[in-house]
Ligand binder design. Structure first.
Ligand code: ZN
Length: 361
């Protein structure tokens, strides 16, 4: 089952593992890599065996770009011309940043999917949007890149699944990057949900101006903090704030049902290390991953999701789900092996923090 997931990323695991396994003291760029960084990267890559979509976080040649810096006039012009999403995009989207418009257009569309009784995928191959809830109320998690995507992918997907988008009560934005808030205006103007972010990310949003692709970020609406809950009809979502990818990234937890059988689920709200060589923030990321892993263990979490489908392999899992026979296991449900993903996130962040400390940038 898992062998079919994100085969492309396996090459990254292999390449990095080979470099490490050879006892190389040099990264591929020729810089020294501290023993500490290598030790954490080795641990992270071992844990990544079942989670190939996260292995690239342990790449010791990674450059620490910062998508939160004010964009230069040159960068703005480049993005406007190319239609690329260099700012605000998750590191997992870097392939999209490099893709030409024609390559993007040639990609097959991603049909919407019912993944659990009360969880629906309404995103693309690049960035995910998830609809949680039942006909008595929904929470939409993230708004994709643009108003056009919100209309043609999120709204169209919800309607194609036979659901009623007027029941969206909340738009939860996992973090203040444009690939997650860019379509908020269409959703807000059409269905008027409350827009939810953490205080720290409302603050970050207030520093961002208009972006040629994503437009303006939303004005502050509902601010939530760790331990809060959103309630939409009979659906409850727990807010867990996991600083790291941004200062106030939200990683929500909620219960999903498979033909009535409940499973606890979590969504890691921000993945890439694209905030510059910031030692404190990298350590915050590692601490958040560790803490979320503890909570996942306590709550017996069996479903781990992302807001980028290449990270959690959700499109491959949806394909498996579509071919699922009676009595087959649900491809999104995992056992205790799920907890290893938190080791990947923590150890890779510690590896990168060690590089920053050593000045190995
Ligand atoms: Zn992001």
């Amino acid at each position: 089952m898992k062998s079919s997931i994100a085969i492309g990323d396996c090459r990254i695991v292999l390449a990095v593992a080979l470099a490490l396994g050879a006892g190389a003291a040099l990264a591929q760029d020729g810089n020294d890599v501290s023993a500490d960084a290598r030790m954490h990267a080795e641990r992270g890559l071992q844990a990544a065996a079942d989670f190939p979509g996260y292995a690239s976080l342990c790449d010791l040649d990674m450059t620490f770009r910062n998508v939160n810096l004010p964009r230069t006039g040159q960068a703005q012009a480049r993005e406007a011309t190319s239609g690329n999403a260099a700012s605000g995009a998750d590191a997992a989207s870097s392939a999209d940043v490099a893709a030409t418009a024609s390559e993007r257009a040639a990609r097959p569309s991603t049909p919407p999917a019912q993944v659990f009784d009360n969880l629906f995928f309404v995103g693309s191959a690049s960035v995910s949007a998830w609809l949680l809830g039942t006909e008595d109320g929904y929470i939409l998690i993230d708004a994709m890149n643009t108003n056009e995507e919100a209309r043609s992918i999120i709204e169209a997907g919800i309607i194609e699944l036979g659901l009623d988008p007027t029941e969206i009560e909340y738009l939860l934005i996992t973090h203040a990057h444009g690939d997650h808030y860019g379509g908020y205006r269409y959703i807000k103007d059409t269905y008027d949900p409350a827009i939810v972010m953490s205080a720290a990310d409302w603050q970050l949003a207030s520093t961002l101006g208009e972006h040629p692709r994503f437009g303006f970020p939303p004005d502050e609406d509902v601010s939530v903090t760790d331990g809060d809950q959103l309630q939409a009809g009979t659906t409850t979502l727990d807010i867990i704030v996991t600083p790291g990818h941004t200062p106030g990234t939200i990683s929500p937890a909620f219960t999903v049902y498979d033909q009535g059988q409940p499973y606890r689920a979590m969504l890691w709200g921000g993945t890439g290390f694209n905030f510059g060589p910031n030692y404190e923030q990298m350590n915050d990321y590692a601490a958040s991953a560790n803490r979320l892993g503890e909570i996942a263990m306590q709550q017996n979490v069996q479903v781990f999701l992302s807001n980028h489908s290449r990270r959690d392999g959700s499109l491959d899992r949806i394909r498996e789900l579509n071919e699922r026979g009676p009595g087959d296991p649900h491809p999104f449900v995992q056992g205790e092996e799920l907890l290893a993903v938190f080791d990947v996130l923590e150890q890779c962040a510690l590896a990168q923090a060690a590089r920053i400390l050593e000045g190995d940038l």
